[in-house]
Design a protein around this ligand. Structure first.
Ligand code: MG
Length: 299
């Protein structure tokens, strides 16, 4: 397997966004909160983010952030945590894709057209009506809602039951949705995102791979939590950072095994370049696992 084979830059055709950074040898699609951003309970190795920034500066990586954040919150995170500027952002838990060339955000209309097929204009109202019927689910503030993402919170103990209940109610009224349950470690609450059936972080990553001519062998994904599990346990080369909770780690291992994808799941454990494997250190460790030559690029 020649993982360093240079891929020709894709030309703009069929309205697809032009692939940035023709020198980029591989695609890194990484979650932000508690994956690249050290905003969990565990410590960050001080060298981790500077090393990642250096790697991106050398243009060896085409960088895509895959996050539940919206545009404003992604920009806030980049500034606050001095993260490298990405080539694209998959935001709102996979419901939006933006190219971010030269600091300008431009939405991928073809992605929105695709996911809108399963999401009638009155979908948010129908979801709100069904959610109201389930006691214990609260709607998140309006700045967390978007056309294709309706978000709720609930008690942690009821998270799985509420996700299943809402899915079943919406299916009964003819709405095919993708429901993502995750845990807010900071507030210890359950988070529920209701999205169009076709909108997942994974399907959005595959859209970027296809549009920009990347393949499974030169794409690496990284994450830490429940809404990252579908892509962490898929055929994509994936990295689970060391700061993930035991619950997420166990689910990732068992889901990957069930799907015959254990070889495509790397669990960071620390020790790479003397770092602890948390956050960016774990992402770098995983990248070096799949692409050993990355070590030379870090030097
Ligand atoms: Mg996360």
């Amino acid at each position: 397997m020649d993982t360093m084979n240079q891929t020709e830059p894709a030309r703009k055709k069929n309205g697809k966004p032009l692939r940035p950074g023709s020198r980029a040898r591989f695609l890194l699609c990484s979650d932000l909160d508690r994956t690249l951003i050290p905003n969990g309970l565990q410590p960050e190795s001080p060298r981790a983010r500077p090393l990642l920034r250096g790697l991106v500066r050398k243009a060896a990586v085409c960088l895509v952030y895959v996050t539940g954040r919206n545009q404003a919150l992604v920009e806030e995170a980049i500034a606050q945590y001095q993260l490298p500027w990405p080539d694209a952002v998959i935001g709102d838990v996979g419901t939006r894709i933006w190219s971010t060339l030269d600091g300008k955000w431009s939405a991928w209309q073809q992605w929105e057209d695709l996911i809108a097929r399963q999401w009638p204009p009155d979908a948010p109202d129908r979801i709100a009506a069904e959610a109201k019927k389930i006691g214990g689910i609260r709607r998140q503030p309006e700045d967390r809602q978007s056309r294709f993402k309706q978000s709720y919170t609930c008690g942690l103990a009821d998270l799985d039951a509420h996700c299943a209940g809402l899915r079943s109610r919406l299916s009964d009224c003819g709405l095919e949705v993708n429901i993502i349950g995750s845990i807010d470690e900071v507030t210890d609450q359950g988070l529920i995102d209701v999205l169009p059936g076709a909108a997942t972080k994974q399907s959005a990553i595959e859209m970027v791979m296809s549009a920009w001519g990347f393949h499974h062998w030169n794409t690496i994904c990284a994450g830490d939590s429940g809404n990252d599990l579908p892509f962490l346990t898929s055929a994509l080369q994936a990295v689970l950072v060391a700061n993930a909770t035991d619950r997420v780690r166990q689910r990732a291992v068992s889901l990957a095994a069930q799907q015959g994808q254990s070889a495509n799941l790397y669990i960071a454990r620390g020790g790479f370049w003397g770092m602890n494997g948390n956050y960016s250190a774990g992402v770098l460790e995983g990248m070096a696992h799949y692409v050993p030559q990355i070590r030379n690029m870090l030097e």
